[in-house]
Design a protein around this ligand. Structure first.
Ligand code: FNR
Length: 370
């Protein structure tokens, strides 16, 4: 247990280190939203109201799952939960893997009861890794959901991290079938998420019809687990090969922008949530314009939470404010209008956003191959 707690602490510290962020690779700097000089609305008419898994939601934001199962996690999660409930954001918890082993389960249940007592109306997502659902009877997974009274269960994919991590479980065989069974039998919607390496169109196509309610693309551009595990390996005697591999794969993944484009074109009926390197309300607006229904932050939320409740609240208000400005200056009254406007443009093959690469010799703007 001590080794587990030490590892989770190190993950948090490393995630806060800029060297473990794939900054500049999210693809979002390649796009600009088109400025509307004459929006036919007032700023105070702009609303962030949106929908989440078919229900109305006050904002399109969520804090992506990060932590669970150790003493620091309980504190961080409660802080995030209170703030998210207050501001109308949804929230995911980190991997509940330890709850599957009975030894620590009671301590976990206490923590969740406390969290739920403080944030009873929060829309909350459970979390478990793909390797852990393979071969696990559904009722154990249902218990994870029940323990936190979750509105959905997120199943995370992290093949790169599993390869890099000395304690990793890179066993994914049978995962797709296990996922399909889970979608069919679990009492709440299932969300499939990456953890910072995104989704290709091929992967998403292979998921068609298995019953997912949403895909959280968690693309390349923010927290990168190859880099985090590489930094850990570099300080571990005898892990030279892992450290070298982590260096080789430091930019591995599909960018967040590209992942959203893939999700929209391959799984139009599955909700698309975007996370991975989202660092401002403007980033969020760009992802909504690309087709995302919901936008999530992990590392920046963690950083703000560690600075205290007030800093966290101010940081959240900042994201909302910036998204509102982006909507107003695009002439859109709510996130759905921005998403639908750009969906119509995308149908014309040529995206009308100006692309920075124009300077690099692409006067046509961004071209979507069909
Ligand atoms: C994570 N993430 C994560 N995801 C998951 O599904 N289960 C988990 O247990 C964790 N643990 C975790 C810990 C820490 C400290 C961080 C920063 C992140 C991944 C997270 O949900 C998200 O997909 C990525 O971090 C990308 O978002 P950012 O950090 O670039 O905003």
């Amino acid at each position: 247990y001590e080794a587990f707690v030490a590892r989770k602490r190190e993950h948090i510290l490393r995630a806060l280190d800029d060297a473990c962020q794939a900054t500049g690779l999210s693809g979002l700097d390649d796009f600009e939203l088109e400025h509307e000089a004459l929006p036919d609305i007032d700023l105070d008419e702009v609303t962030l109201a949106s929908r989440l898994l078919g229900q109305p939601a006050p904002t399109p934001f969520y804090v992506a799952g990060m932590t669970a199962g150790h003493p620091d996690a309980a504190k961080i999660n409660r802080l995030l939960a209170r703030a998210c409930e207050r501001r109308g954001w949804a929230m995911g918890v980190g991997s509940q893997r330890r709850q599957l082993s009975a030894t620590r389960a009671d301590a976990e249940l206490d923590q969740w009861a406390q969290l739920r007592a403080e944030a009873p109306a929060l829309v909350l997502f459970g979390n478990i890794g793909l390797s852990q659902i393979i071969g696990t009877p559904i009722h154990y997974l249902q218990d994870l959901v029940t323990s936190i009274r979750a509105q959905a269960l997120a199943v995370h994919l992290n093949p790169l991290q599993e390869c890099m991590q000395p304690e990793g479980t890179p066993q994914f065989r049978g995962g797709r079938a296990a996922l399909q069974a889970l979608c069919a039998e679990l009492g709440v919607p299932v969300v499939l998420k990456e953890t910072g390496c995104g989704f290709s169109a091929r992967t998403l196509r292979s998921l068609e019809g298995i019953g997912l309610a949403a895909v959280d693309v968690s693309g390349l551009g923010g927290t990168h687990w190859g880099r985090i595990e590489g930094a850990r390996a570099a300080n571990t005697p005898g892990a030279g090969m892992q450290a070298q591999a982590a260096e080789t794969f430091r930019n591995w993944g599909v960018s967040t922008a590209q992942s959203v484009i893939h999700a929209r074109s391959t799984l139009p009926r599955v909700e698309c949530w975007a996370s991975g390197g989202v660092r401002s309300g403007l980033d969020a607006a760009k992802l909504i314009a690309l087709g995302a229904e919901r936008v999530g932050y992990a590392r920046p939320a963690l950083e703000a939470a560690l600075a205290g409740e007030e800093v966290l609240d101010r940081w959240m208000a900042q994201q909302e404010h910036e998204l509102r400005i982006a909507l107003f200056c695009s002439g859109c009254i709510d996130p759905a209008s921005l998403r639908l406007r750009h969906a119509a443009m995308m149908a014309n093959t040529y995206f009308t956003w100006r692309r920075h690469s124009r300077e690099r010799g692409n006067p046509e703007g961004f071209c979507f191959s069909k």
